[in-house]
Design a protein around this ligand. Structure first.
Ligand SMILES: [Zn+2]
Length: 85
């Protein structure tokens, strides 16, 4: 057996399998960004359940604290404070 020959054989690339792929991206409807933002604001990011909002208004310092809770996940998703105008 010739050593050099077998080395050449090993270094030659060989096609052992060929996979033909035809990628087709799904056609997604472009959503209105306002609708998407409102949807993200009103629904839980974890499970999509409609969130419950509570507003605590403080007329002494003219502020409103908004709590957003998901009844399904049992967590507070968001707490934001706003200044009354
Ligand atoms: Zn949730």
């Amino acid at each position: 057996m010739d050593n050099q020959d077998s080395n050449n054989q090993a270094s030659k690339p060989k096609v052992i399998a060929q996979i033909d792929v035809n990628i087709q991206w799904p056609k997604l409807q472009s959503r209105d960004w306002i609708e998407e933002s409102v949807n993200d604001h009103l629904n839980c990011v974890l499970c999509g359940t409609e969130m419950t909002f509570k507003h605590h208004t403080n007329f002494a310092d003219h502020s409103v604290v908004e709590d957003a809770n998901c009844g399904f996940c049992k967590i507070r998703n968001r707490q934001t404070a706003h200044v009354l105008q």
